[in-house]
Design a protein around this ligand. Structure first.
Ligand code: ZN
Length: 297
């Protein structure tokens, strides 16, 4: 699933291609993309709009039009946007929408699993919509270790679950949470609240470093993620823990462990990221058994 580095990499490629362009023709082939609205109605509303800016909030692409309206695009599991010459990819069975720009090029939206969404909002509707769903931007200058501590304080879940919650920090998903926790040398099953100042600083640095690394590689392509020019990301070759169960830890050589937290595959180094027994979260039913946890220490 595209996370902050993937969505931001898409945004950076789309921005120069879209800003200043008018949407001449819009075709939405999949009703799931815009429900509960009618595809033909949304398409008609979009036609004629001129793009003023392409921004990102968390995992949302925010396409701002000169009219003040905003198209929020969420790629979810397998959505991707491609800029192509007209007619290209016409026989792609997973193509869900096509936007023709006033310079003749097509922006196509492809989605195998069909969980992605396009939501057209009227002027000023975007701010309250996003504020209710998306927390602080972790790469923002104003996002400090102290602020991270405030966001985690009082949370009664594991660190992993708290960091996956988009209202804690925007844009993190399964991959970059595992990568950030490895960098911070914190166990994913640790309680989210009660981190000391040094641990918060490590986590803050770890989150930013993991995301910056992903951005520098234009994201990770595990299956469907592609950049608008059709190229793949390269981060998947440089994961420290994600998907590397049994392989040696880059830092200490211990085999990377794997567990499940909240139904999500979770990778960590049992030696670098030890779990202090007293700080375990016990409230979740999805926690591995005590013996499993101890054997992983
Ligand atoms: Zn290690």
């Amino acid at each position: 699933m595209p996370e902050l580095p993937e969505v931001e990499s898409v945004r950076r490629q789309l921005e120069p291609l879209l800003v200043g362009r008018r949407l001449v023709r819009v075709e939405i082939a999949d009703p799931r993309l815009v429900r509960p609205y009618e595809p033909a109605e949304v398409a008609a509303e979009l036609e004629g709009e001129r793009v003023a800016a392409v921004e990102r909030r968390g995992k949302y692409l925010v396409v701002r039009f000169e009219s003040g309206r905003v198209l929020l695009i969420h790629l979810r599991m397998t959505g991707s946007l491609r800029v192509a010459s007209p007619g290209e990819q016409r026989d792609d069975p997973h193509r869900r929408a096509v936007v023709t720009l006033d310079n003749g090029s097509d922006v196509t939206y492809r989605d195998v699993r069909r969980f992605g969404t396009w939501l057209l909002l009227e002027p000023r509707e975007d701010e309250p919509y996003l504020a209710a769903r998306v927390g602080d931007e972790p790469l923002d200058r104003l996002f400090t270790a102290a602020r991270l501590g405030e966001r985690l304080d009082g949370r009664r879940t594991s660190l992993k679950a708290a960091l996956l919650d988009q209202r804690t920090i925007a844009g993190l998903g399964n991959i970059y949470v595992d990568e950030a926790l490895w960098r911070a040398r914190l166990n994913p099953l640790r309680a989210a609240s009660g981190l000391d100042v040094a641990e918060l600083r490590r986590l803050h640095r770890g989150v930013r470093a993991a995301l910056e690394h992903g951005l520098a590689r234009q994201g990770s392509t595990l299956r469907d993620y592609r950049l608008p020019d059709g190229s793949a990301g390269a981060m998947q070759d440089e994961f420290r823990v994600y998907g590397r169960g049994g392989e040696p830890c880059d830092r200490c050589g211990t085999p990377i462990g794997k567990t499940r937290i909240g139904g999500r595959g979770t990778w960590y180094c049992p030696a670098c990221q030890p779990l202090p027994e007293a700080q375990t979260v016990r409230s979740s039913s999805s926690l591995p058994s005590r013996s499993r946890r101890q054997s992983s220490l």
